[in-house]
Design a protein around this ligand. Structure first.
Ligand SMILES: [Mg+2]
Length: 397
């Protein structure tokens, strides 16, 4: 993660992008395109999805038509797809950390604006599905309210004007390259939170590049800090996944001396796209053995430069034998840190052990310990419909 360049502590206002920054719009894009492509005799390729990020609807449509060789003009394609997208607006989920950030700014009296290339009416429709969002923004600027959209600075300059402040006082948070360029061209400070993985290097013009909104540190910018971290951990809304333990890359034990019980990532593509990469922790249930403390990485493991996002839980217990094929259930209750690269294998191993110490200690806190009793951990996968590895949400609070 890039360290922010030193700045004068002048920040008083925050300007947020919407799609890809606060909302997981990409998820809905694939949900709409997948069935459309099937109807047209094609197969959705999730590896091509990154090509659509940060593009206007027109540009994105042109990319899809070319990639899949569809027999439509861009205009025809958009006229078929647009109503399908409009129906999905309320299905777009907030990205991890978005609600937390919006609430934090509001409760600390930091004025925040929303600035998006989307037309104003689309922005209003999307945010109306998220409780408390609309009233949290001092200003909202849509692409149709200025002469030119991002990467032109117009949208951000207009947002600053409507908040009665000057550009150097504004901190922009953006997921796309055109958005970062627009923020810098407006003379503002910019945090990039790239929605396309493994592209951090392309965002070097931003003042800081972070992995997700969970990693925003407002105090670096002279703004009030978050106060919800507890013993180096951040409590999150718990989520539940289960499936058979697979061998994965086999390097957990061999290279690292850390035997991870990997889950089949292909069964969890929806869950994985909802959750940001990073190190998490929680409780693990093995149907025939019991319940154990667990620390887990989600992501690409930059040190090994994986091509697929994986889930690699490490059960903090000495089993003395493998348990491939056994049913594993996880409840993930907290976040420790973003994914990071390391200069050496030793430093990676050292950090994983530190993550384990943090998890081990934190799981004794009542806030996290209570999830050990979650019925989800004790149920056998064969007893319900989660055998496909689909996410089962059980409210164990
Ligand atoms: Mg965006």
């Amino acid at each position: 993660m890039a360290t922010p360049k030193p700045i004068a502590r002048l920040i008083s206002h925050v300007i947020l992008d919407l799609d890809g920054t606060l909302l997981n719009t990409d998820c809905v894009v694939s949900q709409v395109l997948k069935p459309f492509l099937v109807k047209n005799g094609k197969k959705w390729d999730s590896k091509k999805a990154h090509k659509l990020v940060g593009k206007t609807p027109y540009e994105a449509a042109a990319v899809v038509l070319e990639d899949y060789g569809l027999p439509y003009s861009t205009e025809e394609f958009l006229s078929m797809l647009t109503p399908m997208f409009n129906e999905q607006w309320c299905n777009i989920k907030a990205l991890p950390g978005a609600n937390r950030l919006i609430k934090h700014l509001k409760s600390n009296g930091v004025p925040a604006a929303l600035a998006s290339n989307s037309p104003r009416s689309n922005i209003e429709a999307k945010i109306s599905c998220h409780q408390g969002w609309k009233e949290s923004f001092s200003a909202i600027v849509g692409g149709d309210e200025v002469e030119k959209g991002k990467p032109s600075p117009d949208i951000f300059l207009e947002a600053a004007k409507r908040m009665n402040t000057n550009p150097p006082n504004c901190l922009v948070i953006e997921d796309s390259l055109p958005g970062v360029a627009a923020g810098k061209a407006a003379g503002m400070h910019v945090i990039a939170v790239p929605s396309v993985p493994k592209r951090t290097a392309e965002f070097s013009s931003a003042d800081e590049v972070i992995n997700s909104l969970l990693d925003v540190k407002p105090e670096k910018w002279g703004l009030p800090p978050f106060s919800d971290w507890i013993d180096d951990t951040l409590p999150i809304e718990p989520w539940f996944i289960g499936g058979p333990v697979i061998k994965g890359f086999g390097r957990g034990s061999k290279v690292l001396g850390i035997p991870t019980a990997n889950l089949p990532a292909e069964n969890f593509s929806d869950v994985l796209s909802e959750h940001t990469s990073g190190v998490y922790f929680g409780w693990a249930g093995l149907s025939t053995r019991g319940i154990y403390k667990m620390v887990m990485s989600i992501g690409w493991n930059p040190y090994f430069d994986n091509t697929e996002k994986t889930i690699e839980p490490w059960l903090l217990h000495d089993f003395g034998e493998d348990f491939y094929g056994e049913e594993l259930r996880l409840v993930i209750v907290g976040y420790i840190r973003p994914e990071a690269n390391f200069p050496s294998l030793e430093s990676l191993i050292e950090r994983i052990h530190e993550d384990a110490r943090i998890a081990e200690k934190a799981l004794n806190l009542p806030l996290y310990a209570k999830y050990k009793d979650s019925p989800y951990l004790r149920n056998s996968l064969k007893e319900d419909n989660s055998a496909n590895g689909n996410q089962s949400v059980i409210d164990s609070k």
